[in-house]
Design a protein around this ligand. Structure first.
Ligand code: LLP
Length: 420
């Protein structure tokens, strides 16, 4: 499925279903995901590493809806999690503990216990302090924790500063200069078993050289660490591959994977297991957000299309100044377009979804905000007491209600007024 969200007879479709009908039936704002697009992205990774010992650990944070996780679990994916909440979701979506790697700078004791007890595949440890805590927890339950160290290779992924993670100034990972000593320390901890090494240099990365640069640094370290007596079975190169939101030209998944694997081969490390932790490149373009125009407001400086989705539904523009394409679900032929800022009802000037877009609109029209499958719903909030949107997973001509629209009762769940 080259494009799961395409126009058929002048109407935007999600696979074989009309977006207009979906919005009519399920209301807006509405996230719509395509099973075919999720599957195709996953298969692009798998096809590209056929013949290698590679595995995908889908970064759950990008989109943790159970239906989405279940699609990947059925395809045989592993999962990269950063909390016991994500772990619970993976299990609920029939993922297996043994296919889970646990990342994150701030794993809590109870979270470590839960994942260790269940038989998690690997802990991506981010500090010496965490190594010690993990060893302690494992010893208390007479277990051996499988570990890899997340190394911060200090390379510039050339992406937005908020989503660049592999620089010395970032909070993530063990600094490259300290990593050899950290592995030595881990060797001396009886309840840890060294399995591999990992890094993650950032997100929405649109070129390959920063990865190769990071890999070179990691491989140098691998040689040193193995000389010290550890054995490194797998190298996890993290996620981060970018997608096309607008005019970006990221490598396609196949090219990306093959370039990385060839690089390992050339460096004499092709025999190792190579793990990938992609999030956005698997789900980003597999989702759209449907929203309805409530009001059009023509000003002297700007025109506004005020829609029923807001920064609480899709925060990426407000947080990262991110660009998402916006298309009319049923384009109006014969009406001259005007330039609009697409904004939501939230009481903040930062509440915008798109700026300066040329569209022919009338109030009541439906818009599709593209590339909303990654870091869309998962970052949504209830700000302004707005119930969170519904999520659908479309599969051919079938609809699966992946998450019902939140109700006002759910919105206040757990809260109470003062006693008399
Ligand atoms: N592995 C680790 C350890 C990560 O921290 C991340 C993302 C991933 C994998 C997946 O990266 P991806 O393939 O999705 O780039 N909210 C931001 C993105 C934050 C990414 C955080 N880490 C956004 O909306 O652009």
């Amino acid at each position: 499925m080259a494009n799961a969200f395409a126009y058929i007879d002048g109407q935007l479709h999600a696979e074989r279903l009309s977006a207009h009908q979906l919005a009519e039936e399920y209301g807006t704002p509405l996230y719509v995901y395509s099973r075919a697009a999720l599957t195709e992205a996953y298969q692009s990774y798998v096809n590209a590493f056929t013949g290698y010992r590679s595995k995908i650990y889908y970064a759950v944070k990008a989109n943790s809806n159970l239906a989405v996780l279940n699609v990947f679990a059925r395809l045989g994916a592993g999962f990269d999690i950063v909390s016991s909440g994500e772990f619970a979701r993976v299990l609920a979506a029939s993922g297996k503990p043994h296919d889970v790697v646990f990342s994150g700078v701030g794993k809590r004791t109870t979270e470590i216990q839960i994942v260790l007890e269940a038989g998690g595949r690997c802990f991506n440890v981010e500090s010496l302090d965490e190594l010690e805590r993990l060893n302690q927890i494992a010893s208390e339950s007479s277990q051996i924790a499988p570990i890899s160290l997340r190394v911060n290779p200090d390379v510039d992924a050339k992406t937005h500063p908020y989503i660049s993670t592999g620089l010395r100034a970032n909070k993530f990972g063990v600094a490259l200069d300290d990593a050899r000593a950290a592995y030595r320390a881990a060797l001396g901890m009886k309840h840890l078993r060294i399995e591999g090494i990992d890094c993650h240099i950032g997100s929405q990365i649109t070129e390959i050289p920063p990865y190769l640069h990071a890999i070179d640094k990691i491989l140098e370290l691998v040689d040193q660490v193995e000389a010290d007596g550890s054995s490194i079975n797998h190298i996890d190169i993290g996620g981060g591959l970018g997608i096309r939101y607008n005019n970006e030209t990221p490598p396609d998944i196949g090219t990306f994977v093959r370039t990385i694997l060839n690089h390992f081969d050339r460096r004499g490390h092709g025999h190792r297991e190579i793990w990938f932790e992609p999030g956005r490149s698997l789900v980003g373009n597999a989702g759209i957000l449907l929203t309805r125009v409530e009001y059009l407001k023509t000003g002297t400086i700007k025109n506004f299309a005020i829609v029923d989705a807001a920064m609480n539904d899709l925060a990426r523009p407000a947080i990262y100044n991110a660009y998402h394409k916006v298309d009319a679900v049923t384009p109006r032929d014969g009406q001259l377009p005007a330039t609009y800022d697409i904004v939501g009802p939230v009481c903040e000037s930062g509440d915008w979804l798109a700026r300066d877009r040329s569209l022919a609109l009338k109030s009541g029209d439906l818009l599709a905000i593209r590339s909303a499958g990654a870091y869309g719903f998962v970052i949504s909030s209830n700000y302004n007491s707005r119930p969170r949107a519904a999520e659908l997973l479309v599969d051919g001509a079938r609809v699966h209600m992946a998450r019902r629209r939140e109700t006002l009762l759910q919105l206040m769940n757990g809260e109470s007024v003062l006693p008399d």
